[in-house]
Design a protein around this ligand. Structure first.
Ligand SMILES: C[S@@+](CC[C@H](N)C(=O)[O-])C[C@H]1O[C@@H](n2cnc3c(N)ncnc32)[C@H](O)[C@@H]1O
Length: 275
């Protein structure tokens, strides 16, 4: 393990670059990871120089700092909402939507969106209707590798698993999603806290999934992210956050709506509020 002072220095370096705080449950993994990088020929100060100057080494550290847990159709009730209500509603309004998986991790959430887009918009495909973003580019690289093991399949989400099997091949217990689905997804790095969504996305999404990410942030950062998400969301568009976060959100552009056992936010159509 590295010393508490060295850990503080690493945590500050991460915070300076990303505004991300290392959460308590991850402190030991980060300490262990940094310790493993050090050797007789690499001192702590030299390692610090490396992460400050070498993007790839910093990204490796970031992968340890962030929590990457995800799986297909996580929080199934929201995908049921998308399948039964949101996508049919957008289609009826003549909208061919952009769907944004805003903290996609290894991409299962974006693939789940692409599978539903494929189901509902098979006659009117457009280029990259699904945008997958994350600060952790190394985890997001799984979208390029496109090999998903059994950890990506859980009981939660199981009602949609047939949709995955119909659009994939399984080899050596790993699932490879068909290329027609993967082609629907564009992925890029976005830091939800510091980046401009307008400049990075260049489109207005009709659906934003901000799931299992706000929970790791304090109220000030959550408000910054929700404000930016509310502004980039298309009028009449939908914002979905994890169940645990719904209660924290109060924004003048967003109306809280309940349907069955799910809460979601809809952007209120007011012309001049998102300038
Ligand atoms: C637990 S995963 C959630 C994955 C997926 N949304 C889900 O619900 O299954 C949290 C993800 O948030 C990402 N993340 C954390 N802070 C971020 C930030 N400031 N900007 C972008 N992504 C961030 C992490 O890299 C990680 O991949």
């Amino acid at each position: 393990m590295i010393s508490p002072e060295d850990f503080k220095t690493i945590a500050q370096a991460v915070k300076n670059r990303t505004k991300i705080e290392i959460i308590d449950s991850n402190v030991n993994s980060v300490k262990r990871y940094v310790k493993k990088q050090l050797s007789d020929s690499l001192s702590f100060d030299e390692y610090l120089d490396i992460i400050n100057c070498d993007e790839n080494e910093f990204n490796k550290l970031l992968q340890v700092v962030t929590i990457n847990e995800t799986y297909f159709f996580r929080e199934e009730k929201y995908f049921t909402l998308l399948d039964k209500m949101i996508l049919p509603d957008l289609k009826e309004r003549g909208i061919n939507p952009f769907l944004w998986s805003a903290a996609t991790s290894t991409g299962e959430e974006a693939i789940s969106l692409a599978l539903l887009y494929n189901k509902h918009y098979s006659e009117s495909f457009k280029k990259h209707p699904v945008i997958a973003t994350d600060i952790d580019v190394l985890s997001m690289d799984r979208l390029r590798v496109n090999r998903y093991g059994k950890n990506s399949f859980r009981n939660d989400g199981a009602i949609f698993h047939d949709l995955i099997y119909q659009n994939s091949t399984i080899n050596d217990n790993c699932c490879t999603i068909n290329s027609n689905i993967m082609k629907l997804i564009e992925h890029k790095r976005i830091n939800l806290i510091t980046d401009s969504y307008n400049e990075k996305l260049l489109i207005k999404p009709s659906v934003i999934l901000l799931c299992n990410v706000l929970i790791y942030m304090d109220s000030e950062l959550r408000e910054i992210i929700i404000d930016k998400a509310a502004k980039i969301l298309d009028y009449g568009g939908y914002l979905i956050v994890s169940s645990a976060n719904t209660a924290f959100i109060n924004h003048p552009l967003l109306e809280l709506v309940q349907r069955d056992n799910s809460f979601y936010f809809k952007k209120i159509a007011r012309e001049d509020d998102d300038k």
